[in-house]
Design a protein around this ligand. Structure first.
Ligand code: FAD
Length: 808
């Protein structure tokens, strides 16, 4: 075994082999894969081998499409058959709500060029005669679906990687990982030690154990999963004979079942509600090529539905039931990328659909390692989307929920119930007392809207019971004053002698003077956005930043990587140690003035001013800025003082009719300002010009900020897309995000977010379209739930287009 390698990949399942192959394909051939047993000795060998492109996150769907397209290529390159059966598939809806969901999935696929067709139950039964069409209301047909041989596929990746110079060591178990002073890793195995610049955790069922070797508790959990194989079925033989081809794949969401042909019979798998985790705390090292005991009682409810929906199964004999474990992250998407603070340690784990996603995960990770960037928008599967708060117990609760809901509909206004009330602010009970319907982001609970007693969210694709109440909150802000929680934001202090120089380099904006704040786009080296923050300067060497809550570790990781060894810069996230409140609306100044001794008149405390002041008796930091686009203030305080500040503001606001507002009202308010947000409008695939953030980029500042050259190039060449706002002729359902934007009869763009802008009485959508057509006032349509609705460009904000309200 060699003693040095550029990258050591731990784990020879389908994911590790794909990572190895993609590294070698990128020209990094001094790479080695270490497998404790034979290749495929984790989840991979007993997988059903099904694959498809459909995914709720279009960016993940894109990587799935890549994975599926890759199979022919690796087969040819390796000379190893992958056993590809591209049968096509039908996704079946037994309820109108499910059919609405399929419409949204079809729409999402449309702008990515994925061809999937909505069909009637009878048309579906033509394609898949085992189903009883009377049980369904509609279906989606996708030709890019099928299955392959899990072992052949893994070996094809491995052989292709070897051909390009990569090495694979079987029966080599990694037992310890030690980081050296030069940040290289000593990978200690039972066959000796290899020194590597980079280590990839592709440990699959043992990903937690590999994580623990470097002090990480990764949020992954294995679940038992069963599928059954039937004896030969005459119906299958008849179909094969008549059509001259294999039976299609089918997914029956309402029965929580998937089906496909296996030899002369069928394979039927289920994501049963009564799911069961496997090896909840530790995975035994001696587990390998064995299966788990099947438990037919657990899957009986799904099978009952299956017999009703697919009557031929009732008489089919069951040949075998396979029960095997595979891993999930709390939200069901993979955990990919570098880990904050652990230079050279990479994750490629929690991949629950290795045959749909393994290729994309391998490509993105190899790009990331070799070029410093995944090359795609992988925010949805970035390991940084979970923080230390995602403990084993949290993961256990969320993974069970995710598994049992794998085929359930998640409505756009639906908050999931597992692992709730974990991270709460001191106001939690106060908000609940006021009727708050809570949402969760980055584990933190915060109000979405406020319901009168006895009312709660009714989940729907359409406007729901909250509509009028959210309108009331939005109007309270526009006409008087509203108050909201902001503790769920990510918040950071950056301090030190070199803090200014550091921020000048990592942020594209101009660095403000003490007592001032600014919007701060952050770019990657390729000039695309990697952050969208507000930056406030407290004094010469102390800065405060706030941004999207879900990006806390994502930002920290980036900053830790950019900080030079010799730089005197301390960077710390405050977590919930620092809480926040915002007041906004034309009366907000009077409310603040009543709680502070300072002069907060317009002249004394201007737009984008930032100052420390006591609010009531609490020392706070106050910034004059508001995401509502109105006159407003953000107030930050130590958590133990939040209740005090809240009470003072509520008391002072009483004469002005102060009203709490939640995230949904905030969304409505920022939409009528045409303002975007991180992870929706601002993502790592758009440049600042495309995203309309160029006015916050100091192209001419002396500092050579990260991404400057590329941003200048973008400004010169004009980029490809433009972010635009549209007013949509929507009636009962508003855009939410990922809908196609049609222009003159063709899909030309996609929605990033939308909703009803209550104070302006307009249904709004924001999205990206090619720059060539971006200023056309007419010719637009936005597809919502299968209907193409006329839309008009809204080039200036509906509310306060000149910004007079927030500035004066
Ligand atoms: C019953 C069942 C049906 C499934 N059906 C499908 C399907 O139809 N489609 C689909 O896409 N997916 C399916 N899956 C899921 C699929 O199997 C997984 O997504 C995939 O196998 C994950 O691969 P992996 O490489 O991440 O992990 P694994 O396959 O678990 O591989 C990890 C490897 O790492 C090795 N390893 C771990 N630690 C060390 C160490 N310290 N040193 C050296 N080696 C180490 C292990 O020995 C193992 O070989 C199914 C799973 C099950 C159980």
């Amino acid at each position: 075994m060699k003693t040095h390698a550029r990258v050591a990949v731990i784990g020879g399942g389908v994911v590790g082999c794909s990572v190895l192959y993609h590294l070698a394909r990128a020209g990094w051939t001094d790479v080695v894969l270490l497998e404790r047993s034979e290749l495929t000795s984790g989840s991979t060998w007993h997988a059903a081998g099904g694959m498809h492109t459909i995914n709720g996150d279009p960016n993940v769907a894109k990587l799935q499409e890549y994975t599926v397209r890759l199979y022919r290529e690796i087969e040819a390159e390796s000379g190893q058959e992958v056993g590809l059966h591209m049968t096509g598939g039908v996704m079946l809806a037994a309820t109108p709500e499910r059919f609405d969901w399929l419409k949204s999935i079809r729409a999402k696929g449309r702008y990515m060029g994925l061809q999937a067709e909505l069909i009637t139950p009878n048309e579906a039964a033509e394609l898949f005669p085992l189903m009883d069409p009377k049980q369904f209301v509609g279906a989606l047909y996708d030709e890019v679906e099928g299955h392959l041989d899990p072992s052949g596929t893994t070996h094809a990746y491995a052989k292709a990687a070897r051909k390009r110079g990569a090495e694979i060591h079987r029966h080599t178990r990694v037992e310890e990982l030690v980081q050296n002073e030069d940040l290289s890793w000593d990978v200690v195995t039972n066959q000796g030690t290899i020194r590597a610049e980079h280590v990839v955790n592709a440990g699959g069922l043992w990903a937690r154990e590999v994580g623990r070797m470097v002090g990480l508790e990764l949020p992954v959990l294995a679940m038992e999963h069963m599928y059954l194989l039937t004896e030969d079925m005459p119906e299958v033989a008849a179909f094969n004979a008549e059509k001259g081809r294999e039976m299609l794949h089918a997914v029956d969401f309402d029965g929580e079942l998937y089906l496909r042909q296996e030899r002369g019979g069928m394979l039927m798998g289920t994501y049963e509600k009564a799911c069961k985790p496997w090896s909840e705390r530790e995975t035994p090292w001696d587990f390998g090529h064995e299966l788990l005991e099947p438990d037919i009682d657990r899957i009986a409810p799904s099978l009952e539905v299956g017999f009703r929906h697919f009557p031929a199964f009732e008489t089919a004999g069951i040949k075998q039931i396979i029960n095997g474990p595979f891993t999930f992250a709390p939200d069901g998407n993979p955990l990919v990328g570098p880990v904050k603070g652990l230079t050279g340690f990479w994750c490629a784990c929690g991949v629950m659909a290795g045959f749909s996603q393994g290729g994309g995960v391998g490509l993105a990770l190899a790009n990331w390692i070799t070029e410093g960037d995944p090359g795609f928008d992988v925010f949805g599967m970035d390991v940084a989307r979970f923080g230390d708060w995602a403990t084993l117990a949290y993961t256990n609760a969320k993974v069970r929920e995710n598994y049992s809901r794998r085929f359930s509909i998640r409505f756009p206004n639906e908050e999931l119930p597992a692992a709730r009330d974990l991270r709460t602010t001191p106001l939690h009970d106060r908000w609940l007392g006021l009727g708050a319907q809570m949402g969760v982001s980055w584990g933190v609970e915060s109000p979405l809207w406020f319901a009168p007693k006895g009312l709660a969210d009714v989940f729907s694709w359409r406007r729901s019971v909250d509509h009028g109440h959210v309108a009331g909150e939005a109007l309270a802000v526009r006409n008087g004053v509203g108050i909201a929680e902001t503790s769920q934001f990510s918040k950071f202090f950056v301090e030190g002698e070199d803090a200014e120089a550091f921020l000048d380099r990592v942020l594209a904006c101009r660095i403000p003077q003490p007592g001032r704040m600014t919007l701060a786009p952050m770019l990657k080296h390729d000039g695309k956005l990697i952050g969208d923050l507000t930056l406030a300067r407290i004094d010469a060497e102390t800065f405060f930043l706030a941004g999207s809550g879900a990006a806390e570790d994502f930002y920290l990781r980036w900053w830790f990587d950019q900080r030079g060894d010799q730089e005197d810069v301390e960077i710390a996230a405050t977590g919930l140690g620092l809480c926040g409140l915002t007041i906004a609306g034309p009366k907000s100044r009077e409310v603040l003035a009543a709680c502070v001794a300072e002069d907060v008149s317009h002249e004394a405390f201007r737009f984008m001013a930032f100052r420390e002041m006591d609010v009531g008796m609490a020392p706070c930091m106050v910034g004059r800025v508001s995401f509502t686009g109105d006159l407003g203030y953000e107030i930050w305080m130590p958590s133990e003082l939040q209740r005090h500040v809240f009470d003072r503001l509520m008391e002072a606001g009483k004469p002005h009719g102060i009203k709490p507002f939640g995230a949904r009202a905030l969304n409505a308010l920022r939409l009528e300002k045409n303002w975007g947000g991180w992870a929706r409008e601002y993502r790592p695939i758009y440049g600042p010009l495309e995203a309309g953030l160029e006015r916050f980029v100091a192209y001419d500042k002396p500092a050579d900020f990260i991404g400057k050259a590329a941003a200048l190039k973008e400004r010169e060449a004009g980029g490809t897309y433009r972010l635009r706002a549209f007013r949509v002729a929507a009636k009962e359902a508003d855009a939410i995000g990922d809908e196609p934007i049609w222009f003159e009869g063709a899909v030309r763009g996609w929605v990033t977010s939308g909703g009803f802008a209550h104070a302006s009485g307009a249904s709004m959508a924001m999205g990206y379209v090619p720059k060539e057509i971006a200023d056309a006032p007419e010719g637009w349509e936005i597809e919502i739930l299968g209907d193409r609705l006329p839309a008009t460009l809204q080039p200036t904000p509906l509310f306060d287009p000149n910004g007079g309200r927030m500035r004066t």
